[in-house]
Design a protein around this ligand. Structure first.
Ligand SMILES: Cc1cc2nc3c(=O)[nH]c(=O)nc-3n(C[C@H](O)[C@H](O)[C@H](O)COP(=O)(O)OP(=O)(O)OC[C@H]3O[C@@H](n4cnc5c(N)ncnc54)[C@H](O)[C@@H]3O)c2cc1C
Length: 412
Protein backbone atom coordinates (compact mmCIF):
# COMPACT_ATOMS: atom_id res chain seq x y z
CA UNK A 1 0.00 0.00 0.00
CA UNK A 2 1.22 3.50 -0.83
CA UNK A 3 -0.06 6.62 0.86
CA UNK A 4 -0.25 10.32 0.50
CA UNK A 5 -0.22 10.87 -3.26
CA UNK A 6 -3.47 12.20 -4.62
CA UNK A 7 -3.43 12.25 -8.37
CA UNK A 8 -4.14 15.42 -10.23
CA UNK A 9 -6.91 15.13 -12.80
CA UNK A 10 -4.74 16.23 -15.72
CA UNK A 11 -3.50 13.24 -17.78
CA UNK A 12 0.11 13.13 -18.97
CA UNK A 13 0.88 13.16 -22.70
CA UNK A 14 3.63 10.86 -23.89
CA UNK A 15 5.07 13.17 -26.56
CA UNK A 16 6.43 16.66 -25.88
CA UNK A 17 4.83 19.59 -27.71
CA UNK A 18 8.20 20.86 -28.98
CA UNK A 19 11.69 19.53 -29.53
CA UNK A 20 13.48 22.32 -27.69
CA UNK A 21 13.11 23.50 -24.07
CA UNK A 22 15.13 25.84 -21.88
CA UNK A 23 14.99 23.40 -18.98
CA UNK A 24 14.37 19.66 -18.95
CA UNK A 25 13.76 18.13 -15.52
CA UNK A 26 14.18 14.36 -15.24
CA UNK A 27 11.71 13.14 -12.61
CA UNK A 28 8.41 14.84 -11.78
CA UNK A 29 7.91 13.93 -8.12
CA UNK A 30 8.37 16.38 -5.24
CA UNK A 31 11.85 17.72 -6.17
CA UNK A 32 11.14 18.07 -9.88
CA UNK A 33 7.75 19.64 -9.22
CA UNK A 34 9.01 22.02 -6.51
CA UNK A 35 11.77 23.20 -8.85
CA UNK A 36 9.31 23.70 -11.71
CA UNK A 37 6.80 25.51 -9.50
CA UNK A 38 9.34 27.99 -8.12
CA UNK A 39 10.67 28.63 -11.62
CA UNK A 40 7.26 29.12 -13.16
CA UNK A 41 6.04 31.58 -10.51
CA UNK A 42 9.13 33.79 -10.75
CA UNK A 43 8.55 36.91 -12.87
CA UNK A 44 12.24 36.93 -13.79
CA UNK A 45 11.85 33.63 -15.62
CA UNK A 46 10.06 33.30 -18.94
CA UNK A 47 11.67 30.12 -20.27
CA UNK A 48 10.10 26.80 -21.17
CA UNK A 49 10.15 23.77 -18.85
CA UNK A 50 9.63 20.11 -19.72
CA UNK A 51 9.31 17.49 -16.98
CA UNK A 52 9.91 13.91 -18.08
CA UNK A 53 8.37 11.41 -15.66
CA UNK A 54 8.70 7.70 -16.35
CA UNK A 55 5.83 6.69 -14.07
CA UNK A 56 2.92 9.13 -13.91
CA UNK A 57 1.26 7.00 -11.20
CA UNK A 58 4.31 7.78 -9.01
CA UNK A 59 3.64 4.51 -7.22
CA UNK A 60 7.31 3.58 -6.73
CA UNK A 61 8.66 7.07 -6.11
CA UNK A 62 10.03 7.95 -2.68
CA UNK A 63 7.49 10.76 -2.62
CA UNK A 64 4.61 8.25 -2.69
CA UNK A 65 6.19 5.95 -0.11
CA UNK A 66 7.29 8.59 2.38
CA UNK A 67 6.32 8.94 6.06
CA UNK A 68 5.83 12.68 5.55
CA UNK A 69 7.29 14.15 8.72
CA UNK A 70 9.23 17.30 9.45
CA UNK A 71 11.68 18.03 12.23
CA UNK A 72 13.88 20.82 13.48
CA UNK A 73 16.20 18.41 15.28
CA UNK A 74 19.09 18.25 12.82
CA UNK A 75 22.78 18.43 13.63
CA UNK A 76 23.52 20.94 10.84
CA UNK A 77 22.31 24.49 11.19
CA UNK A 78 21.60 24.65 7.46
CA UNK A 79 19.21 21.69 7.70
CA UNK A 80 17.41 23.44 10.56
CA UNK A 81 17.09 26.66 8.51
CA UNK A 82 15.65 24.58 5.66
CA UNK A 83 13.05 23.03 7.98
CA UNK A 84 12.15 26.46 9.36
CA UNK A 85 11.44 27.67 5.84
CA UNK A 86 9.39 24.55 5.06
CA UNK A 87 7.32 24.96 8.24
CA UNK A 88 6.38 28.49 7.18
CA UNK A 89 5.75 27.30 3.62
CA UNK A 90 3.35 24.60 4.86
CA UNK A 91 1.53 26.84 7.32
CA UNK A 92 1.00 29.48 4.62
CA UNK A 93 0.42 27.00 1.83
CA UNK A 94 -2.83 28.46 0.49
CA UNK A 95 -1.39 31.99 0.46
CA UNK A 96 1.84 30.78 -1.17
CA UNK A 97 -0.07 29.05 -3.93
CA UNK A 98 -2.34 32.09 -4.34
CA UNK A 99 -5.30 29.82 -5.04
CA UNK A 100 -8.42 29.60 -2.86
CA UNK A 101 -8.97 25.97 -3.93
CA UNK A 102 -5.75 24.96 -2.19
CA UNK A 103 -6.44 23.63 1.31
CA UNK A 104 -5.04 25.31 4.40
CA UNK A 105 -2.44 23.06 5.99
CA UNK A 106 -0.87 22.69 9.40
CA UNK A 107 1.76 20.57 11.13
CA UNK A 108 0.68 17.99 13.68
CA UNK A 109 3.23 18.95 16.31
CA UNK A 110 3.77 15.88 18.44
CA UNK A 111 7.54 16.28 18.06
CA UNK A 112 10.32 13.76 17.59
CA UNK A 113 11.51 12.03 20.78
CA UNK A 114 15.14 10.99 20.33
CA UNK A 115 16.24 8.51 23.01
CA UNK A 116 19.81 7.82 24.12
CA UNK A 117 20.70 4.58 25.88
CA UNK A 118 24.42 5.30 26.45
CA UNK A 119 26.31 8.24 27.89
CA UNK A 120 27.98 8.78 24.49
CA UNK A 121 24.63 9.07 22.73
CA UNK A 122 23.36 11.37 25.50
CA UNK A 123 26.41 13.58 24.96
CA UNK A 124 25.64 13.75 21.29
CA UNK A 125 22.02 14.83 22.05
CA UNK A 126 23.36 17.57 24.35
CA UNK A 127 25.74 18.75 21.62
CA UNK A 128 23.20 18.93 18.85
CA UNK A 129 20.71 20.65 21.17
CA UNK A 130 23.19 23.54 21.40
CA UNK A 131 23.24 23.89 17.61
CA UNK A 132 19.45 23.65 17.48
CA UNK A 133 18.87 26.28 20.19
CA UNK A 134 21.32 28.62 18.48
CA UNK A 135 19.40 28.24 15.24
CA UNK A 136 16.09 29.02 16.98
CA UNK A 137 14.66 25.52 17.47
CA UNK A 138 12.88 24.74 20.74
CA UNK A 139 14.53 21.43 21.57
CA UNK A 140 14.38 20.39 25.21
CA UNK A 141 16.33 17.64 26.92
CA UNK A 142 14.43 15.31 29.24
CA UNK A 143 15.70 13.00 31.96
CA UNK A 144 14.12 9.51 32.09
CA UNK A 145 11.91 10.66 35.00
CA UNK A 146 10.75 13.70 33.07
CA UNK A 147 9.97 11.55 30.05
CA UNK A 148 8.02 9.10 32.19
CA UNK A 149 6.04 11.81 33.88
CA UNK A 150 4.95 13.45 30.61
CA UNK A 151 4.63 10.23 28.55
CA UNK A 152 3.80 7.47 31.06
CA UNK A 153 3.48 4.81 28.36
CA UNK A 154 7.26 4.61 27.69
CA UNK A 155 9.62 2.10 29.22
CA UNK A 156 12.67 4.25 30.05
CA UNK A 157 14.62 1.75 32.17
CA UNK A 158 17.62 1.74 29.81
CA UNK A 159 17.35 5.42 28.78
CA UNK A 160 19.93 8.05 29.79
CA UNK A 161 18.38 11.06 28.08
CA UNK A 162 15.70 12.13 25.62
CA UNK A 163 15.33 15.20 23.43
CA UNK A 164 12.13 16.58 21.95
CA UNK A 165 10.84 19.67 20.18
CA UNK A 166 7.12 20.20 19.68
CA UNK A 167 7.26 23.32 17.53
CA UNK A 168 7.04 22.73 13.76
CA UNK A 169 7.94 19.10 14.24
CA UNK A 170 5.70 16.14 13.42
CA UNK A 171 3.43 15.07 10.56
CA UNK A 172 2.36 17.22 7.59
CA UNK A 173 0.41 16.43 4.47
CA UNK A 174 3.21 16.06 1.94
CA UNK A 175 0.91 14.42 -0.60
CA UNK A 176 -1.29 17.50 -0.82
CA UNK A 177 1.73 19.80 -1.10
CA UNK A 178 3.15 17.70 -3.93
CA UNK A 179 -0.15 17.49 -5.74
CA UNK A 180 -0.78 21.23 -5.65
CA UNK A 181 2.77 22.21 -6.57
CA UNK A 182 2.40 20.02 -9.63
CA UNK A 183 -1.09 21.26 -10.56
CA UNK A 184 -0.01 24.84 -10.11
CA UNK A 185 3.16 24.34 -12.17
CA UNK A 186 1.04 22.83 -14.98
CA UNK A 187 -1.35 25.80 -14.78
CA UNK A 188 1.64 28.12 -15.15
CA UNK A 189 2.75 26.40 -18.35
CA UNK A 190 5.09 23.64 -17.22
CA UNK A 191 4.75 20.60 -19.49
CA UNK A 192 4.79 17.12 -17.92
CA UNK A 193 5.17 14.08 -20.15
CA UNK A 194 4.96 10.39 -19.40
CA UNK A 195 8.19 9.09 -20.87
CA UNK A 196 11.62 7.93 -19.79
CA UNK A 197 14.99 9.60 -20.31
CA UNK A 198 17.26 6.84 -21.62
CA UNK A 199 20.25 8.95 -22.61
CA UNK A 200 21.75 12.44 -22.48
CA UNK A 201 23.79 14.03 -25.27
CA UNK A 202 26.82 16.12 -24.45
CA UNK A 203 27.82 19.03 -26.69
CA UNK A 204 30.85 18.89 -28.99
CA UNK A 205 33.25 20.38 -26.41
CA UNK A 206 32.16 17.85 -23.79
CA UNK A 207 31.68 20.51 -21.12
CA UNK A 208 27.92 20.78 -21.42
CA UNK A 209 24.78 18.80 -22.17
CA UNK A 210 22.54 19.68 -25.10
CA UNK A 211 19.74 17.10 -25.37
CA UNK A 212 17.94 14.22 -23.68
CA UNK A 213 16.93 11.05 -25.47
CA UNK A 214 13.51 9.61 -24.70
CA UNK A 215 12.45 5.98 -24.62
CA UNK A 216 9.91 6.77 -27.34
CA UNK A 217 12.76 7.79 -29.66
CA UNK A 218 12.58 11.59 -29.62
CA UNK A 219 15.66 13.70 -28.95
CA UNK A 220 14.79 16.87 -27.04
CA UNK A 221 17.22 19.78 -27.16
CA UNK A 222 17.63 21.77 -23.99
CA UNK A 223 19.61 24.53 -22.30
CA UNK A 224 19.82 22.81 -18.91
CA UNK A 225 19.14 19.32 -17.57
CA UNK A 226 18.04 18.89 -13.94
CA UNK A 227 18.52 15.45 -12.43
CA UNK A 228 15.54 14.97 -10.08
CA UNK A 229 15.38 11.19 -10.45
CA UNK A 230 15.36 10.29 -6.73
CA UNK A 231 16.94 6.88 -6.01
CA UNK A 232 17.76 6.55 -9.73
CA UNK A 233 19.89 9.72 -9.71
CA UNK A 234 23.11 7.77 -10.18
CA UNK A 235 21.67 6.04 -13.26
CA UNK A 236 20.95 9.45 -14.83
CA UNK A 237 24.43 10.77 -13.96
CA UNK A 238 26.04 7.70 -15.48
CA UNK A 239 24.44 8.68 -18.79
CA UNK A 240 27.15 11.38 -18.99
CA UNK A 241 29.80 9.29 -17.22
CA UNK A 242 29.46 11.01 -13.83
CA UNK A 243 29.49 9.06 -10.59
CA UNK A 244 27.52 10.21 -7.58
CA UNK A 245 27.43 8.42 -4.22
CA UNK A 246 23.65 7.91 -4.21
CA UNK A 247 22.10 4.47 -3.96
CA UNK A 248 18.61 3.02 -3.45
CA UNK A 249 18.15 1.67 0.07
CA UNK A 250 15.02 0.00 1.37
CA UNK A 251 12.97 1.44 4.21
CA UNK A 252 9.98 -0.47 5.61
CA UNK A 253 6.78 1.02 7.02
CA UNK A 254 3.96 -0.58 9.03
CA UNK A 255 0.68 1.00 10.08
CA UNK A 256 -1.00 -0.70 13.04
CA UNK A 257 -3.79 -0.30 15.56
CA UNK A 258 -3.41 -1.08 19.26
CA UNK A 259 -5.85 -2.98 21.43
CA UNK A 260 -5.36 -0.26 24.08
CA UNK A 261 -4.62 3.02 22.28
CA UNK A 262 -2.44 5.57 24.09
CA UNK A 263 -4.33 8.48 25.60
CA UNK A 264 -1.97 11.17 24.28
CA UNK A 265 -0.38 11.58 20.86
CA UNK A 266 2.72 9.46 20.48
CA UNK A 267 5.74 11.58 19.43
CA UNK A 268 7.80 10.25 16.56
CA UNK A 269 9.91 8.15 18.88
CA UNK A 270 13.38 7.23 17.75
CA UNK A 271 14.32 4.17 19.71
CA UNK A 272 18.08 3.76 20.28
CA UNK A 273 17.87 0.73 17.96
CA UNK A 274 17.04 3.14 15.10
CA UNK A 275 13.43 1.95 14.75
CA UNK A 276 10.87 4.72 14.87
CA UNK A 277 7.18 4.77 15.73
CA UNK A 278 4.64 7.59 15.85
CA UNK A 279 0.98 8.53 15.98
CA UNK A 280 -0.74 8.10 12.61
CA UNK A 281 -4.39 9.05 13.01
CA UNK A 282 -6.56 8.94 16.14
CA UNK A 283 -6.07 5.28 17.04
CA UNK A 284 -3.41 4.12 14.63
CA UNK A 285 0.39 4.22 14.69
CA UNK A 286 3.16 4.04 12.12
CA UNK A 287 6.50 2.30 12.55
CA UNK A 288 9.52 2.42 10.29
CA UNK A 289 12.80 0.58 10.02
CA UNK A 290 15.64 -0.40 7.76
CA UNK A 291 16.14 -4.10 6.97
CA UNK A 292 18.30 -6.70 8.76
CA UNK A 293 21.12 -5.61 6.44
CA UNK A 294 21.21 -2.06 5.09
CA UNK A 295 22.79 -1.72 1.67
CA UNK A 296 22.12 -0.83 -1.97
CA UNK A 297 19.25 -2.62 -3.70
CA UNK A 298 18.02 -2.96 -7.23
CA UNK A 299 15.86 0.01 -8.31
CA UNK A 300 12.90 -2.31 -8.90
CA UNK A 301 13.22 -4.37 -5.72
CA UNK A 302 10.34 -3.55 -3.34
CA UNK A 303 10.09 -7.00 -1.76
CA UNK A 304 9.56 -7.45 1.98
CA UNK A 305 12.05 -9.17 4.29
CA UNK A 306 10.53 -12.20 5.94
CA UNK A 307 10.32 -12.00 9.76
CA UNK A 308 11.55 -8.41 9.92
CA UNK A 309 8.40 -7.20 11.67
CA UNK A 310 7.72 -10.25 13.87
CA UNK A 311 11.27 -10.93 14.98
CA UNK A 312 12.93 -7.54 15.01
CA UNK A 313 10.73 -4.45 14.77
CA UNK A 314 7.65 -5.32 16.82
CA UNK A 315 9.63 -6.70 19.82
CA UNK A 316 11.64 -3.47 19.96
CA UNK A 317 8.50 -1.34 19.81
CA UNK A 318 6.71 -3.43 22.44
CA UNK A 319 9.75 -3.15 24.69
CA UNK A 320 9.70 0.64 24.44
CA UNK A 321 5.90 0.98 24.67
CA UNK A 322 4.49 -2.07 26.50
CA UNK A 323 0.93 -1.14 25.44
CA UNK A 324 2.02 -2.22 21.96
CA UNK A 325 2.23 -5.88 23.01
CA UNK A 326 -1.28 -6.23 21.56
CA UNK A 327 -1.49 -4.68 18.12
CA UNK A 328 -2.77 -5.45 14.65
CA UNK A 329 -0.89 -4.53 11.47
CA UNK A 330 -3.24 -2.85 9.02
CA UNK A 331 -0.90 -2.09 6.13
CA UNK A 332 2.77 -2.14 5.22
CA UNK A 333 5.01 -1.00 2.39
CA UNK A 334 8.60 -0.74 1.22
CA UNK A 335 10.10 2.46 -0.16
CA UNK A 336 13.53 3.55 -1.35
CA UNK A 337 15.69 6.24 0.17
CA UNK A 338 18.05 8.00 -2.26
CA UNK A 339 20.88 7.41 0.17
CA UNK A 340 23.99 9.59 -0.07
CA UNK A 341 26.74 7.30 1.19
CA UNK A 342 29.23 10.16 1.62
CA UNK A 343 27.37 12.22 4.23
CA UNK A 344 23.60 11.54 4.12
CA UNK A 345 22.92 15.04 2.87
CA UNK A 346 21.56 16.57 -0.31
CA UNK A 347 23.59 17.16 -3.45
CA UNK A 348 22.32 20.30 -5.15
CA UNK A 349 23.75 22.53 -7.83
CA UNK A 350 25.70 22.27 -11.08
CA UNK A 351 28.51 19.95 -11.97
CA UNK A 352 31.70 22.09 -11.93
CA UNK A 353 32.66 21.21 -15.52
CA UNK A 354 29.41 20.14 -17.15
CA UNK A 355 27.84 23.26 -15.77
CA UNK A 356 24.38 23.00 -17.36
CA UNK A 357 23.80 19.61 -15.69
CA UNK A 358 22.20 20.18 -12.28
CA UNK A 359 21.83 17.80 -9.35
CA UNK A 360 18.98 17.81 -6.84
CA UNK A 361 19.64 14.42 -5.32
CA UNK A 362 20.65 12.28 -2.36
CA UNK A 363 18.15 13.38 0.28
CA UNK A 364 18.66 10.27 2.39
CA UNK A 365 15.28 10.20 4.08
CA UNK A 366 14.66 13.90 4.72
CA UNK A 367 13.83 15.12 1.23
CA UNK A 368 10.12 15.67 1.51
CA UNK A 369 10.54 18.32 4.18
CA UNK A 370 13.41 19.88 2.22
CA UNK A 371 11.58 20.12 -1.09
CA UNK A 372 10.31 23.73 -0.74
CA UNK A 373 13.76 25.12 0.14
CA UNK A 374 15.52 22.94 -2.42
CA UNK A 375 13.05 23.78 -5.18
CA UNK A 376 13.40 27.48 -4.40
CA UNK A 377 17.20 27.21 -4.26
CA UNK A 378 17.40 25.33 -7.55
CA UNK A 379 15.15 27.90 -9.24
CA UNK A 380 17.44 30.68 -7.99
CA UNK A 381 20.50 28.94 -9.40
CA UNK A 382 18.75 28.48 -12.74
CA UNK A 383 17.51 32.06 -12.98
CA UNK A 384 20.22 34.13 -11.27
CA UNK A 385 23.19 31.76 -11.25
CA UNK A 386 23.42 32.01 -7.45
CA UNK A 387 21.35 31.54 -4.32
CA UNK A 388 19.22 34.52 -3.32
CA UNK A 389 17.77 33.34 0.00
CA UNK A 390 19.29 30.40 1.85
CA UNK A 391 22.85 29.67 0.79
CA UNK A 392 22.75 25.97 -0.07
CA UNK A 393 26.30 25.85 -1.42
CA UNK A 394 27.58 23.51 1.37
CA UNK A 395 25.46 20.89 -0.45
CA UNK A 396 27.29 21.54 -3.73
CA UNK A 397 28.95 18.93 -5.91
CA UNK A 398 32.51 20.11 -5.10
CA UNK A 399 32.46 18.30 -1.76
CA UNK A 400 31.60 15.08 -3.60
CA UNK A 401 34.52 15.51 -5.98
CA UNK A 402 36.86 16.29 -3.11
CA UNK A 403 35.43 13.54 -0.89
CA UNK A 404 34.86 16.01 1.97
CA UNK A 405 31.64 15.10 3.79
CA UNK A 406 29.16 17.67 5.08
CA UNK A 407 27.85 15.15 7.58
CA UNK A 408 24.30 15.08 8.96
CA UNK A 409 24.34 13.06 12.17
CA UNK A 410 20.61 13.09 12.92
CA UNK A 411 19.52 10.57 10.30
CA UNK A 412 16.59 8.21 10.72
C1 LIG B 1 9.84 5.00 3.67
C2 LIG B 1 10.27 6.43 3.50
C3 LIG B 1 9.97 7.35 4.50
C4 LIG B 1 10.34 8.68 4.34
N1 LIG B 1 9.99 9.58 5.31
C5 LIG B 1 10.30 10.89 5.15
C6 LIG B 1 9.87 11.85 6.11
O1 LIG B 1 9.20 11.51 7.09
N2 LIG B 1 10.21 13.14 5.90
C7 LIG B 1 10.96 13.55 4.83
O2 LIG B 1 11.26 14.72 4.72
N3 LIG B 1 11.36 12.66 3.89
C8 LIG B 1 11.05 11.36 4.03
N4 LIG B 1 11.44 10.44 3.09
C9 LIG B 1 12.27 10.90 1.98
C10 LIG B 1 11.45 11.60 0.92
O3 LIG B 1 10.27 10.88 0.65
C11 LIG B 1 12.32 11.74 -0.34
O4 LIG B 1 13.54 12.35 -0.01
C12 LIG B 1 11.63 12.57 -1.42
O5 LIG B 1 10.34 12.09 -1.67
C13 LIG B 1 12.50 12.52 -2.66
O6 LIG B 1 11.78 13.09 -3.74
P1 LIG B 1 12.42 13.06 -5.21
O7 LIG B 1 11.53 13.84 -6.07
O8 LIG B 1 13.87 13.42 -5.11
O9 LIG B 1 12.44 11.49 -5.60
P2 LIG B 1 11.25 10.51 -6.02
O10 LIG B 1 10.03 10.80 -5.25
O11 LIG B 1 11.77 9.12 -5.95
O12 LIG B 1 10.98 10.91 -7.52
C14 LIG B 1 11.89 10.63 -8.56
C15 LIG B 1 11.08 10.49 -9.82
O13 LIG B 1 11.97 10.36 -10.93
C16 LIG B 1 11.37 9.49 -11.87
N5 LIG B 1 12.44 8.98 -12.75
C17 LIG B 1 13.51 8.23 -12.39
N6 LIG B 1 14.27 7.95 -13.46
C18 LIG B 1 13.68 8.53 -14.53
C19 LIG B 1 13.97 8.58 -15.92
N7 LIG B 1 15.06 7.98 -16.44
N8 LIG B 1 13.13 9.25 -16.73
C20 LIG B 1 12.03 9.88 -16.24
N9 LIG B 1 11.68 9.83 -14.94
C21 LIG B 1 12.51 9.18 -14.08
C22 LIG B 1 10.74 8.41 -10.99
O14 LIG B 1 9.73 7.70 -11.69
C23 LIG B 1 10.21 9.24 -9.82
O15 LIG B 1 8.84 9.59 -9.98
C24 LIG B 1 11.06 9.10 3.19
C25 LIG B 1 11.35 8.18 2.18
C26 LIG B 1 10.95 6.85 2.32
C27 LIG B 1 11.25 5.88 1.23
Amino acid sequence: MVRDVKMSSKPFQERPQKNNYDIVIIGGAIMGSATAWFLSKNIDFDGSILIVEKDPTYQFSSTARTNSCIRQQFSRELNIRISQYTAQFIKNFQENLEDYRVPKLSIQNYGYMYMADTEDKAKSLRNVQKTQLKAGADTILMSPDEIKSKYPFYNVKDIFLGSINTVDEGYWDGGTVFDWLRRSAIDKGVEYISNEVVGINKNSTGNGVEAVRLKSGEVINCGVVVNAAGPRASKISEMIDLKIPVEARKRYTWVFSAECPLNIDLPLTIDPSGIHVRQDGPDTYLAGSKGFIDGPVNFDDFSFEKDLWEEYVWPKIANRIPAFEAIKVKSEWVGHYAYNTLDQNAIIGPHPIISNFMFINGFSGHGLQQAPAMGRGMSELLIYGKYQNLDLSPFGFDRILNGIPFMEEAII
